[in-house]
Design a binder for this molecule. Structure first.
Ligand SMILES: Nc1ncnc2c1ncn2[C@@H]1O[C@H](COP(=O)(O)OP(=O)(O)OP(=O)(O)O)[C@@H](O)[C@H]1O
Ligand SMILES: [Mg+2]
Length: 361
Protein backbone atom coordinates (compact mmCIF):
# COMPACT_ATOMS: atom_id res chain seq x y z
CA UNK A 1 0.00 0.00 0.00
CA UNK A 2 1.30 3.37 -0.85
CA UNK A 3 -0.24 6.32 0.95
CA UNK A 4 -0.36 9.31 -1.37
CA UNK A 5 -2.24 11.85 0.70
CA UNK A 6 -3.27 12.25 4.31
CA UNK A 7 -5.36 15.16 5.56
CA UNK A 8 -5.69 15.57 9.31
CA UNK A 9 -7.93 18.05 11.08
CA UNK A 10 -8.39 18.54 14.83
CA UNK A 11 -6.29 15.63 16.05
CA UNK A 12 -4.63 16.60 19.38
CA UNK A 13 -2.74 19.86 18.71
CA UNK A 14 -3.08 19.56 14.91
CA UNK A 15 -5.63 21.97 13.47
CA UNK A 16 -5.23 21.11 9.83
CA UNK A 17 -2.39 19.54 7.88
CA UNK A 18 -1.90 17.79 4.57
CA UNK A 19 0.86 15.26 4.10
CA UNK A 20 2.00 14.00 0.70
CA UNK A 21 4.35 11.15 1.66
CA UNK A 22 7.01 9.66 -0.56
CA UNK A 23 7.53 5.96 -1.24
CA UNK A 24 9.84 4.09 1.13
CA UNK A 25 11.02 5.89 4.24
CA UNK A 26 9.15 8.94 5.52
CA UNK A 27 10.58 10.69 8.54
CA UNK A 28 8.59 13.03 10.75
CA UNK A 29 11.06 15.08 12.74
CA UNK A 30 10.30 17.66 15.42
CA UNK A 31 10.74 18.56 19.05
CA UNK A 32 8.79 17.07 21.93
CA UNK A 33 5.11 17.94 21.74
CA UNK A 34 5.34 19.05 18.08
CA UNK A 35 2.63 16.61 16.92
CA UNK A 36 4.63 13.74 15.39
CA UNK A 37 2.92 10.91 17.23
CA UNK A 38 -0.45 12.52 16.51
CA UNK A 39 0.15 11.99 12.77
CA UNK A 40 0.76 8.26 13.33
CA UNK A 41 -2.26 8.11 15.62
CA UNK A 42 -4.39 9.52 12.81
CA UNK A 43 -3.23 6.78 10.44
CA UNK A 44 -3.60 4.12 13.12
CA UNK A 45 -7.16 5.27 13.76
CA UNK A 46 -8.08 4.71 10.09
CA UNK A 47 -6.48 1.26 10.15
CA UNK A 48 -7.72 0.04 13.56
CA UNK A 49 -10.74 2.16 14.47
CA UNK A 50 -8.95 3.44 17.58
CA UNK A 51 -5.66 5.03 18.59
CA UNK A 52 -2.77 3.14 20.16
CA UNK A 53 -2.96 5.69 22.99
CA UNK A 54 -6.58 4.99 23.89
CA UNK A 55 -10.07 5.78 22.74
CA UNK A 56 -10.95 8.70 20.49
CA UNK A 57 -12.97 10.30 23.27
CA UNK A 58 -9.97 10.24 25.62
CA UNK A 59 -8.22 13.28 24.20
CA UNK A 60 -7.61 12.46 20.54
CA UNK A 61 -9.94 15.22 19.36
CA UNK A 62 -8.38 18.69 19.59
CA UNK A 63 -9.63 20.51 22.68
CA UNK A 64 -12.47 22.82 21.69
CA UNK A 65 -13.17 21.07 18.35
CA UNK A 66 -16.41 19.09 17.96
CA UNK A 67 -14.82 16.23 16.00
CA UNK A 68 -11.66 15.13 14.28
CA UNK A 69 -11.61 14.62 10.52
CA UNK A 70 -9.33 12.46 8.43
CA UNK A 71 -8.96 11.76 4.76
CA UNK A 72 -6.51 9.32 3.21
CA UNK A 73 -5.87 8.32 -0.37
CA UNK A 74 -3.63 5.41 -1.30
CA UNK A 75 -2.83 3.10 -4.17
CA UNK A 76 -2.34 -0.63 -4.36
CA UNK A 77 -0.83 -3.05 -6.87
CA UNK A 78 1.59 -0.55 -8.40
CA UNK A 79 -1.05 2.12 -8.69
CA UNK A 80 -3.57 -0.01 -10.59
CA UNK A 81 -6.04 0.25 -7.71
CA UNK A 82 -6.83 3.38 -5.77
CA UNK A 83 -8.80 3.84 -2.58
CA UNK A 84 -9.83 6.68 -0.38
CA UNK A 85 -11.36 6.90 3.05
CA UNK A 86 -12.81 9.74 5.05
CA UNK A 87 -13.66 9.68 8.73
CA UNK A 88 -15.30 12.21 10.99
CA UNK A 89 -15.20 11.10 14.62
CA UNK A 90 -16.83 13.00 17.48
CA UNK A 91 -15.89 10.58 20.26
CA UNK A 92 -18.88 8.30 20.14
CA UNK A 93 -20.65 9.30 16.92
CA UNK A 94 -18.79 8.88 13.68
CA UNK A 95 -19.31 8.88 9.93
CA UNK A 96 -17.03 7.09 7.52
CA UNK A 97 -16.79 6.84 3.77
CA UNK A 98 -14.84 4.35 1.71
CA UNK A 99 -14.39 4.93 -2.02
CA UNK A 100 -17.34 7.30 -2.10
CA UNK A 101 -19.85 5.17 -0.20
CA UNK A 102 -20.96 5.42 3.45
CA UNK A 103 -19.74 2.62 5.69
CA UNK A 104 -21.94 0.99 8.31
CA UNK A 105 -19.13 -0.31 10.54
CA UNK A 106 -15.69 1.04 11.34
CA UNK A 107 -14.24 -2.39 10.58
CA UNK A 108 -14.97 -1.72 6.89
CA UNK A 109 -12.41 1.09 6.95
CA UNK A 110 -9.97 -1.10 8.86
CA UNK A 111 -10.28 -3.86 6.27
CA UNK A 112 -9.31 -1.43 3.54
CA UNK A 113 -6.27 0.26 5.07
CA UNK A 114 -3.73 -1.94 6.81
CA UNK A 115 -0.95 -0.67 9.05
CA UNK A 116 1.45 -2.27 11.48
CA UNK A 117 2.35 0.02 14.39
CA UNK A 118 5.34 -0.01 16.67
CA UNK A 119 5.24 2.53 19.49
CA UNK A 120 6.99 3.02 22.83
CA UNK A 121 4.44 0.73 24.54
CA UNK A 122 5.10 -2.13 22.10
CA UNK A 123 7.70 -3.79 24.32
CA UNK A 124 4.63 -5.05 26.25
CA UNK A 125 4.02 -7.39 23.31
CA UNK A 126 6.84 -9.48 24.72
CA UNK A 127 6.91 -8.58 28.38
CA UNK A 128 3.23 -8.18 29.27
CA UNK A 129 0.11 -10.38 29.41
CA UNK A 130 -1.30 -12.36 26.49
CA UNK A 131 -3.97 -9.89 25.37
CA UNK A 132 -1.82 -7.85 22.93
CA UNK A 133 -0.37 -11.06 21.45
CA UNK A 134 -3.84 -12.50 20.84
CA UNK A 135 -4.82 -9.18 19.28
CA UNK A 136 -1.76 -9.33 17.03
CA UNK A 137 -2.69 -12.82 15.80
CA UNK A 138 -6.31 -11.87 15.26
CA UNK A 139 -5.37 -8.68 13.40
CA UNK A 140 -3.24 -10.70 10.99
CA UNK A 141 -5.96 -13.28 10.43
CA UNK A 142 -8.59 -10.58 9.98
CA UNK A 143 -6.59 -9.24 7.03
CA UNK A 144 -5.43 -12.41 5.35
CA UNK A 145 -8.24 -14.89 6.04
CA UNK A 146 -11.72 -13.80 4.89
CA UNK A 147 -13.41 -16.59 6.88
CA UNK A 148 -11.87 -15.44 10.13
CA UNK A 149 -14.02 -12.46 11.14
CA UNK A 150 -17.34 -14.38 11.31
CA UNK A 151 -15.63 -17.11 13.38
CA UNK A 152 -14.09 -14.52 15.71
CA UNK A 153 -17.46 -12.79 16.16
CA UNK A 154 -19.26 -16.08 16.80
CA UNK A 155 -16.69 -17.00 19.42
CA UNK A 156 -16.82 -13.59 21.13
CA UNK A 157 -20.61 -13.71 21.30
CA UNK A 158 -20.72 -17.27 22.68
CA UNK A 159 -18.12 -16.43 25.31
CA UNK A 160 -20.04 -13.35 26.40
CA UNK A 161 -23.30 -15.31 26.65
CA UNK A 162 -21.68 -18.14 28.58
CA UNK A 163 -20.05 -15.73 31.03
CA UNK A 164 -23.35 -13.93 31.56
CA UNK A 165 -25.06 -17.27 32.31
CA UNK A 166 -22.30 -18.33 34.69
CA UNK A 167 -22.66 -15.07 36.60
CA UNK A 168 -26.43 -15.28 36.72
CA UNK A 169 -26.40 -18.93 37.88
CA UNK A 170 -28.10 -20.09 34.68
CA UNK A 171 -29.53 -23.61 34.24
CA UNK A 172 -27.32 -26.41 32.93
CA UNK A 173 -29.56 -26.84 29.90
CA UNK A 174 -28.98 -23.19 28.91
CA UNK A 175 -25.25 -23.56 29.46
CA UNK A 176 -25.20 -26.69 27.27
CA UNK A 177 -26.41 -24.60 24.35
CA UNK A 178 -23.70 -21.97 24.70
CA UNK A 179 -20.99 -24.53 25.48
CA UNK A 180 -21.79 -26.21 22.19
CA UNK A 181 -21.61 -22.93 20.29
CA UNK A 182 -18.46 -21.80 22.09
CA UNK A 183 -16.74 -25.15 21.50
CA UNK A 184 -17.51 -25.09 17.77
CA UNK A 185 -16.42 -21.48 17.22
CA UNK A 186 -13.46 -21.86 19.61
CA UNK A 187 -12.06 -24.96 17.89
CA UNK A 188 -12.29 -23.17 14.57
CA UNK A 189 -10.62 -20.02 15.99
CA UNK A 190 -7.86 -22.22 17.37
CA UNK A 191 -7.27 -23.93 14.00
CA UNK A 192 -6.99 -20.58 12.24
CA UNK A 193 -4.57 -19.22 14.80
CA UNK A 194 -2.40 -22.33 14.79
CA UNK A 195 -1.95 -22.35 11.05
CA UNK A 196 -1.26 -18.60 11.13
CA UNK A 197 1.41 -19.01 13.82
CA UNK A 198 3.01 -21.76 11.73
CA UNK A 199 3.18 -19.46 8.71
CA UNK A 200 4.67 -16.65 10.80
CA UNK A 201 7.37 -18.82 12.33
CA UNK A 202 10.06 -18.72 9.61
CA UNK A 203 9.48 -15.00 9.12
CA UNK A 204 9.86 -14.24 12.82
CA UNK A 205 13.08 -16.28 12.82
CA UNK A 206 14.42 -14.36 9.87
CA UNK A 207 13.55 -10.90 11.25
CA UNK A 208 14.91 -11.80 14.66
CA UNK A 209 18.10 -12.97 13.01
CA UNK A 210 18.31 -9.68 11.16
CA UNK A 211 17.58 -7.47 14.18
CA UNK A 212 18.85 -9.35 17.24
CA UNK A 213 21.22 -12.12 16.11
CA UNK A 214 22.95 -12.02 19.50
CA UNK A 215 19.94 -13.65 21.16
CA UNK A 216 20.27 -16.77 19.02
CA UNK A 217 17.53 -18.53 17.07
CA UNK A 218 13.98 -17.38 17.79
CA UNK A 219 11.75 -20.08 19.24
CA UNK A 220 8.12 -19.86 18.69
CA UNK A 221 5.08 -21.56 20.12
CA UNK A 222 1.35 -21.33 20.56
CA UNK A 223 -0.61 -22.15 23.70
CA UNK A 224 -4.24 -22.84 22.80
CA UNK A 225 -5.69 -21.71 26.18
CA UNK A 226 -6.85 -25.13 27.32
CA UNK A 227 -5.20 -28.59 27.55
CA UNK A 228 -5.91 -29.35 23.92
CA UNK A 229 -3.62 -32.39 23.87
CA UNK A 230 -5.88 -34.06 26.43
CA UNK A 231 -9.34 -32.62 25.92
CA UNK A 232 -11.60 -31.26 23.23
CA UNK A 233 -12.76 -27.73 23.99
CA UNK A 234 -16.29 -29.06 24.60
CA UNK A 235 -14.94 -31.45 27.25
CA UNK A 236 -12.76 -28.75 28.82
CA UNK A 237 -15.80 -26.47 29.18
CA UNK A 238 -17.78 -29.27 30.80
CA UNK A 239 -14.97 -30.30 33.15
CA UNK A 240 -14.49 -26.68 34.26
CA UNK A 241 -18.17 -25.84 34.55
CA UNK A 242 -18.52 -25.94 38.33
CA UNK A 243 -15.35 -23.95 38.87
CA UNK A 244 -16.41 -21.47 36.20
CA UNK A 245 -19.77 -21.10 37.97
CA UNK A 246 -17.99 -20.25 41.21
CA UNK A 247 -15.70 -17.72 39.54
CA UNK A 248 -18.41 -16.29 37.29
CA UNK A 249 -16.40 -16.56 34.08
CA UNK A 250 -14.94 -19.04 31.63
CA UNK A 251 -11.47 -20.03 32.80
CA UNK A 252 -10.14 -22.01 29.84
CA UNK A 253 -10.46 -21.64 26.09
CA UNK A 254 -9.05 -19.72 23.11
CA UNK A 255 -9.68 -16.40 24.90
CA UNK A 256 -6.72 -17.46 27.05
CA UNK A 257 -4.49 -18.49 24.15
CA UNK A 258 -0.98 -17.15 23.91
CA UNK A 259 1.86 -16.79 21.48
CA UNK A 260 5.29 -17.64 22.88
CA UNK A 261 8.50 -16.14 21.64
CA UNK A 262 11.83 -17.10 23.17
CA UNK A 263 15.46 -17.16 22.06
CA UNK A 264 17.98 -19.98 22.07
CA UNK A 265 20.70 -17.96 23.80
CA UNK A 266 18.35 -16.63 26.48
CA UNK A 267 16.84 -19.00 29.07
CA UNK A 268 13.16 -18.32 29.68
CA UNK A 269 13.73 -17.20 33.27
CA UNK A 270 16.08 -14.41 32.20
CA UNK A 271 13.89 -11.52 31.14
CA UNK A 272 14.84 -9.50 28.08
CA UNK A 273 16.02 -5.94 28.56
CA UNK A 274 13.62 -3.22 27.44
CA UNK A 275 15.55 -2.59 24.23
CA UNK A 276 15.69 -6.32 23.50
CA UNK A 277 11.94 -6.61 24.14
CA UNK A 278 11.41 -3.80 21.66
CA UNK A 279 13.53 -5.49 19.02
CA UNK A 280 11.77 -8.81 19.55
CA UNK A 281 8.40 -7.03 19.29
CA UNK A 282 9.61 -5.44 16.05
CA UNK A 283 10.63 -8.84 14.69
CA UNK A 284 7.12 -10.11 15.42
CA UNK A 285 5.40 -7.09 13.86
CA UNK A 286 7.59 -7.07 10.76
CA UNK A 287 7.11 -10.83 10.32
CA UNK A 288 3.40 -10.16 10.38
CA UNK A 289 3.76 -7.34 7.85
CA UNK A 290 5.76 -9.65 5.61
CA UNK A 291 3.16 -12.41 5.89
CA UNK A 292 0.56 -9.84 4.83
CA UNK A 293 2.71 -9.01 1.81
CA UNK A 294 3.18 -12.68 0.90
CA UNK A 295 -0.57 -13.29 0.91
CA UNK A 296 -1.95 -9.96 -0.28
CA UNK A 297 0.80 -8.98 -2.69
CA UNK A 298 1.83 -5.78 -0.93
CA UNK A 299 3.06 -4.40 2.35
CA UNK A 300 0.83 -2.77 4.91
CA UNK A 301 1.94 0.69 6.02
CA UNK A 302 4.60 0.46 8.70
CA UNK A 303 4.35 3.07 11.48
CA UNK A 304 7.27 3.38 13.88
CA UNK A 305 6.82 5.93 16.64
CA UNK A 306 9.87 7.29 18.41
CA UNK A 307 12.11 4.68 16.86
CA UNK A 308 15.43 5.96 18.08
CA UNK A 309 14.60 5.77 21.78
CA UNK A 310 16.14 2.72 23.39
CA UNK A 311 17.55 1.23 20.17
CA UNK A 312 21.28 1.63 19.91
CA UNK A 313 23.07 2.73 16.77
CA UNK A 314 23.84 -0.73 15.40
CA UNK A 315 20.30 -2.05 15.88
CA UNK A 316 18.78 1.09 14.41
CA UNK A 317 20.97 0.82 11.35
CA UNK A 318 20.16 -2.87 10.84
CA UNK A 319 16.45 -2.10 11.09
CA UNK A 320 16.51 0.86 8.69
CA UNK A 321 18.59 -1.07 6.16
CA UNK A 322 16.14 -3.98 6.24
CA UNK A 323 13.14 -1.66 5.95
CA UNK A 324 14.56 0.15 2.94
CA UNK A 325 15.36 -3.19 1.28
CA UNK A 326 11.79 -4.41 1.88
CA UNK A 327 10.24 -1.71 -0.31
CA UNK A 328 7.50 -1.05 2.26
CA UNK A 329 6.25 2.47 2.88
CA UNK A 330 7.38 3.38 6.37
CA UNK A 331 6.60 6.33 8.67
CA UNK A 332 9.09 7.04 11.40
CA UNK A 333 8.96 9.78 14.02
CA UNK A 334 11.94 11.15 15.89
CA UNK A 335 13.24 14.25 17.59
CA UNK A 336 16.63 14.38 15.82
CA UNK A 337 17.25 13.66 12.18
CA UNK A 338 20.95 13.11 12.86
CA UNK A 339 20.20 10.30 15.30
CA UNK A 340 18.84 8.22 12.40
CA UNK A 341 22.12 8.48 10.46
CA UNK A 342 20.47 8.28 7.07
CA UNK A 343 22.26 6.87 4.09
CA UNK A 344 21.54 9.12 1.02
CA UNK A 345 20.94 5.97 -1.02
CA UNK A 346 17.84 5.34 1.11
CA UNK A 347 16.10 8.34 -0.50
CA UNK A 348 14.09 9.15 2.59
CA UNK A 349 11.42 11.86 2.52
CA UNK A 350 11.83 14.15 5.51
CA UNK A 351 9.12 16.33 7.08
CA UNK A 352 9.53 18.85 9.86
CA UNK A 353 6.74 18.90 12.40
CA UNK A 354 6.36 22.09 14.44
CA UNK A 355 3.44 23.25 16.59
CA UNK A 356 1.06 20.92 14.81
CA UNK A 357 2.18 22.03 11.31
CA UNK A 358 4.12 19.90 8.82
CA UNK A 359 6.46 21.05 6.09
CA UNK A 360 8.70 19.06 3.78
CA UNK A 361 12.43 19.49 4.56
N1 LIG B 1 -6.85 16.97 22.81
C1 LIG B 1 -5.84 17.78 22.63
N2 LIG B 1 -6.04 19.07 22.22
C2 LIG B 1 -5.01 19.90 22.00
N3 LIG B 1 -3.72 19.55 22.18
C3 LIG B 1 -3.46 18.31 22.60
C4 LIG B 1 -4.49 17.36 22.84
N4 LIG B 1 -3.93 16.18 23.23
C5 LIG B 1 -2.61 16.39 23.24
N5 LIG B 1 -2.31 17.65 22.86
C6 LIG B 1 -0.99 18.25 22.67
O1 LIG B 1 -0.58 17.88 21.38
C7 LIG B 1 0.82 17.99 21.27
C8 LIG B 1 1.35 16.94 20.33
O2 LIG B 1 1.50 15.70 20.95
P1 LIG B 1 2.31 14.52 20.27
O3 LIG B 1 2.26 13.41 21.24
O4 LIG B 1 1.82 14.27 18.89
O5 LIG B 1 3.78 15.14 20.19
P2 LIG B 1 5.14 14.46 19.68
O6 LIG B 1 5.67 15.33 18.61
O7 LIG B 1 4.93 13.04 19.35
O8 LIG B 1 6.05 14.61 20.97
P3 LIG B 1 7.18 13.63 21.61
O9 LIG B 1 8.46 13.91 20.89
O10 LIG B 1 7.26 14.11 23.02
O11 LIG B 1 6.72 12.25 21.48
C9 LIG B 1 1.34 17.96 22.70
O12 LIG B 1 1.88 19.23 22.98
C10 LIG B 1 0.11 17.71 23.53
O13 LIG B 1 0.16 18.39 24.76
MG1 LIG C 1 5.62 11.31 20.22
Amino acid sequence: MRLEQLDIADVRSIREVRLAPGPGLNLLIGSNGAGKTSVLEALHLLAYGRSFRGRVRDGLIRTGAPALQLFARWSEQEGTRRHQVGLRHAGSEWQGRLDGADVAQLSELCTALAAVTFEPGSHALLSGGGEPRRRLLDWGLFHVEPEFLPVWRRHARALKQRNALLKAGGANAALDVWDFELAQAGESLDRHRRSYVEALEPKVEQWAHELIPELGAAQHGYLPGWRREELTLADALLVNRERDRQLGHTTAGPHRADLLLGFAARPAREPLSRGQSKLAALALLLAQAEDFRARRGEWPLILLDDLASELDRGHRHALLTALVASGAQVFITGTELDALELDPAWRATVFHVEHGAIRPA
